[in-house]
Design a protein around this ligand. Structure first.
Ligand code: ADP
Ligand code: MG
Length: 599
């Protein structure tokens, strides 16, 4: 390359705008995206998108939104001219799709644009013509309320960019993706889409489900599971594919934040890992998630096309999405099953059916008694004993493991504790393994959240109030969290200088741990707070559950195991602990049969 020895000079305005336009406008797709956002921001209920040659010669978007008067119509083409934010504070909580005031200026700098627009209260419409960022030509015309922007010959004056445009077909497919996303995220919007003389789609205003059926077809829709979760700071809902409906590609993956299409690796990862081994190799989940968060807690101003966003608390979003998807998958009867044992290849644990001839009888030896037992239990889930009704959501009586467990063991019951850590149980389709600590954690976590969500205090008074001292930092934290601790069922008097008296504890606290539990919760709370600083109540519930739950290593009798399992399956999410770790694994009978060379 030749060294360039010219002096520094400020670029002329017309050149500078073309360069800036290149960031926002890369191809017809970006024009369509910006114009659709403007129409939505203007409150449109009907949208008509027309392309010629995939947008190379024309991208035209007509809406029935609020329209503009003459002054705004011309001002709209000025760089950094926007009606959507006025102050730095507005930028902190963006509630519209647009906010930079750049799109129309950028488009007009690199194309020939005709805009017609009319407000409901005006008699005539305004027409603004502008070419290559030149002076706008304004005239009067007639139309209904709304705005139409026609963008002709994109990049006609930037040949280097025009050459980079792909075939009409390819450009069309990119625009299609943008229009499809608008259709999905706005089912209430009537939407027509034409390319050349073909009507690509004509959609009426419908419900979300109907829109999805219109967009993806009945069969695909039947392969989806509904998901939904609401926490203090996030609402998420949508659909994910049933494991058996895995997709061959990643194209059917849609994320929206406050109606805006986004991409987010963190969330994709949360969804993928929730499927764990449920998807067969080479297939991907379909998903379509709508996230709603307080605009003040997300930053949409981190990326030129606003596709990437920054959540204030990425970890919390991860856990909400992961928990929600796991719950849906679990509810669909797809508990993680052990079909490949880790390390299997290395150990060479494979038998071919011919090596062994096993008896064909359908029974199993009870490992404790040597008794031969039938292989099939009555239900798929571990059998609930007749006397044991699952605790209702509002049930606050002291429960496992401190209460006298009233459940009678069923004579045919099959429950074993393995290494004081796992509970093994026979289910109809094979063997189920439950991690006792996380199972109890899940039970206590939900109970703690329920208690904190209710008004009445529910505390178990101690016979002998317990006097404690905490370090200054922990004491200050406890002062801050005191109301939440009270809701949880602690009855605490704070005396200053680290001194406190505990008069009562929640019913689930293990007897004997009253003097440690508060400090333990605070320590763990500080850990969780690093990950999810905003989920105060959730962090307390998790810390409490973890510290009060039975431990790995605690020996359980049969009644305790049964009570634990009954209560686990009465929770909202029996298959994953509050941190997303699995609680239940299943070894299908076929897998055992395969391993033992029966098939
Ligand atoms: P931004 O959307 O970031 O504000 P744009 O350049 O896309 O910037 O639009 C500039 C302004 O023009 C908008 O703030 C809005 O006031 C007005 N505008 C653009 N498109 C429309 C439309 N379809 N209907 C009504 N007003 C519009
Ligand atoms: Mg805009």
């Amino acid at each position: 390359m030749n060294p360039v020895t010219r002096r520094i000079q400020v670029l002329p305005e017309h050149l500078a705008t073309k360069i800036a336009a290149g960031e926002v406008i890369q191809r017809p797709e970006s024009v369509a995206k910006e114009l659709i956002e403007n129409a939505l921001d203007a409150g449109a209920t009907t949208l008509i998108v027309v392309l010629r040659e995939g947008g190379r010669t024309l991208i035209q978007i007509a809406d029935d939104g609020m329209g503009m008067d003459e002054q705004d119509a011309t001002a709209s083409f000025l760089r950094h001219a926007t009606s959507k934010i006025a102050s730095y504070e507005d930028l902190q909580a963006i509630r519209t799709y647009g906010f930079r005031g750049e799109a129309l200026a950028s488009i007009a700098a690199v194309a020939k644009v005709v805009m017609t627009t009319k407000r409901a209260e005006d008699d005539t419409a305004v027409e603004v013509r502008i070419e290559g960022g030149g002076r706008p030509q304004v005239s009067r015309t007639a139309r209904d309320r709304g705005t139409t922007v026609a963008v002709h010959n994109l990049f006609y004056n930037v040949p280097a960019r025009r050459r980079f445009l792909k075939s009409p077909n390819t450009e069309f497919r990119h625009v299609y993706d943008v229009v499809l996303r608008a259709a999905i995220s706005h089912p209430q919007l009537a939407l027509e889409f034409h390319n050349d003389d073909e009507a690509v789609f004509q959609l009426g205003a419908v419900t979300l489900d109907q829109r999805l059926i219109d967009a993806f077809g009945e069969r695909q829709f039947e392969g989806m599971l509904h998901v939904e979760e609401t926490t203090e700071n996030l609402r998420a809902h949508g659909y994910v594919s049933k494991p058996s409906f895995g997709q061959r590609s990643r194209s059917n993956q849609f994320l929206f934040l406050n109606g805006r299409p986004i991409v987010n690796r963190n969330i994709n990862h949360a969804i993928y890992t929730s499927y764990e081994h449920l998807l067969s190799g080479g297939t991907f989940p379909f998903f379509l998630l709508f996230l709603e968060a307080d605009p003040a807690r997300v930053d949409v101003n981190v990326h030129p096309s606003k596709m990437e966003v920054k959540f204030e608390d990425e970890q919390a979003v991860y856990r909400v999405v992961s928990g929600m998807v796991r719950k849906a998958l679990a509810g669909s009867g797809s508990v993680p099953s052990l079909t490949t044992f880790p390390g299997e290849a290395g150990l060479g644990l494979k038998f071919s059916p011919r090596q062994h001839a096993w008896p064909q009888d359908q029974s199993v030896v009870d490992i404790r008694t040597g008794e031969i037992l039938p292989l099939f239990a009555p239900g798929e889930q571990p059998v609930r004993t007749p006397g044991s009704t699952p605790p209702a959501a509002g049930d606050t009586r002291p429960t496992f493991p401190h209460e006298g467990v009233r459940t009678e063991p069923e004579s045919s019951s099959l429950l074993w504790q393995l290494h004081n850590r796992y509970i093994l149980s026979q289910i109809k389709s094979g063997v189920m393994i439950v991690d006792q600590h996380v199972a109890h954690e899940r039970i206590l976590y939900e109970r703690a959240l329920d208690r904190m969500g209710r008004q009445e205090q529910n505390s178990q008074q101690l016979l002998f109030p317990n006097t404690q001292t905490l370090q200054a930092g922990d004491y200050a934290l406890l002062e801050e969290l005191h109301p939440e601790f009270e809701r949880l069922g602690f009855d605490i008097r704070l005396f200053g200088r680290g001194a406190l008296v505990v008069d009562g504890v929640p019913p689930d606290v293990r007897p004997g741990s009253e003097s440690r539990i508060i400090e333990e919760i605070l320590q763990l709370y500080k850990e969780y707070r690093k990950e999810t600083p905003t989920e105060v109540r959730d962090n307390i519930a998790k810390s409490f559950a973890c510290k009060s739950a039975i431990k790995s290593g605690d020996s359980l009798n049969e009644q305790e195991m049964r009570s634990l399992i009954d209560q686990l399956f009465a929770t909202r999410m029996p298959y994953a602990c509050p941190h997303g770790r699995p609680i239940v694994l299943r070894i299908p009978l076929e897998e055992l049969d395969r391993r033992f060379g029966r098939r």
